[in-house]
Design a protein around this ligand. Structure first.
Ligand code: UT7
Length: 336
């Protein structure tokens, strides 16, 4: 049961024109191919944890509570390889020694995290979960790669989930979740993990080429996969919830590319005016994408109590997920 929402964006804005000064690209290319006009990026003093704390505090405020008994952070740009950032976020939010862990599922992290949080509540492990999608993913993107540098942005979106009845506003429907590890290399950061190591034999010698620390993305095949997987998954979530497409007031899809969002909506036959979009201002913020989108809609008064929302996301892994949500009517603050 959704009970609170919050979002936070780092203050530094990078426009397409800013990017075009250092890269062989243009505002026109980026806008027409992706729908992105600008994105926010972390400065040196900000990171996944600091963004998460800001968004988490806003979600708690929106729910009108000061405590939670579990914290989950979905991120694919971890604060450090070890440990998880969620315990530190819980401490910095004054939540004490609660259950806290990170979850990695790239752009579908918000859907996987919602399902996990609902599971903690269903099993009686927690009554109230603070779940935050937080990303400083631009730190993993090669600033010299025009194929990826324009796409991503940083930010955090958070929700509070609590126990409740399935017919109450705020209720999440059954989830559809899936993955295809055979296509893992379509979107990957090769180095830094146990496969391609930072140092060899403890001697501290660098063993990997510098570019392997950065994201590699095969845009075209990913595009096709994104449209197919999100459409199928969203359809399956609708079926499980026994909703018709006509019941959907808002399609809140992962903001990977405006053309992808529109193509999925077209596949599903959701009319354009019910398709939520904020990629123009934030770019692709991975696990933060869908909660930032919901926060934007709610903060500008476009998302009202009782409205039916279809959530869907797709990303690296590959992985994807969808769910239905009846909007509970929350106080939401603009991100800035
Ligand atoms: O978050 C979920 C995971 N990510 C995704 O789902 C991303 C999915 N993919 C996409 O959104 C799109 O494939 C991109 C936005 C990444 C690329 O758009 P595209 O329409 O698929 O372009 P493309 O990669 O096929 O490239 C078309 C042309 C190429 O030139 P040639 O070979 O036709 O001469 C590229 O070299 O555009 C060129 N290009 C650029 N030109 C100017 C690629 N990036 C740029 C750029 N500026 N930034």
């Amino acid at each position: 049961m959704l009970r609170g929402i919050g979002g936070f964006l780092p203050p530094t804005t990078v426009t397409n024109d800013d990017l075009s000064r250092g890269l062989d690209t243009s505002d026109e290319w980026i806008r027409t191919r992706t729908g992105i006009r600008e994105r926010r990026v972390v400065s040196r003093d900000l990171s996944t944890g600091t963004l998460a704390v800001e968004a988490g505090a806003r979600a708690l405020r929106s729910a009108g509570i000061t405590g939670a008994d579990a914290v989950i952070v979905a991120t694919t740009s971890p604060e450090r390889l070890c440990p998880a950032v969620a315990p530190e976020v819980a401490t910095r939010l004054g939540l004490g020694t609660v259950a806290a862990f990170d979850l990695t599922s790239a752009c579908s992290g918000f859907l996987y995290g919602l399902a996990t949080a609902e599971g903690l509540i269903a099993t009686g492990t927690a009554d109230t979960v603070l779940f935050i999608g937080s990303e400083a993913f631009t730190t993993l993107v090669n600033p010299r790669d025009r194929a990826t540098a324009p796409i991503f942005g940083d930010g955090a979106g958070a929700v509070v989930l609590r126990r409740g009845a399935p017919d109450e506003p705020g209720a999440l429907g059954p989830f559809d979740l899936g993955s295809d590890g055979a296509l893992a290399d379509l979107l990957a950061v090769p180095a830094g993990g146990s496969r391609q190591r930072a140092a060899d034999g403890g001697l501290g010698h660098a063993t990997v080429p510098a570019d392997d620390w950065y994201l590699r993305m095969a845009g075209r095949p990913l595009y096709t996969q994104a449209v197919d997987r999100m459409s199928q998954s969203a359809r399956s979530a609708l079926k499980k919830a026994d909703w018709a497409v006509a019941d959907v007031d808002w399609f809140a899809g992962h903001q990977a590319n405006l053309r992808i969002v529109r193509a999925v909506a077209e596949e599903l036959e959701v009319p354009g005016e019910r398709v939520a979009v904020n990629i123009d201002r934030v770019g692709n913020t991975l696990a933060a994408s869908v909660p930032l989108l919901l926060n934007d809609l709610a903060a500008r008064g476009d998302l009202r109590a009782g409205q039916r929302v279809l959530l869907s996301a797709f990303g690296a892994g590959l992985s994807w997920g969808s769910a239905t949500l009846v909007w509970p009517g929350l106080r939401a603050e603009p991100v800035d």
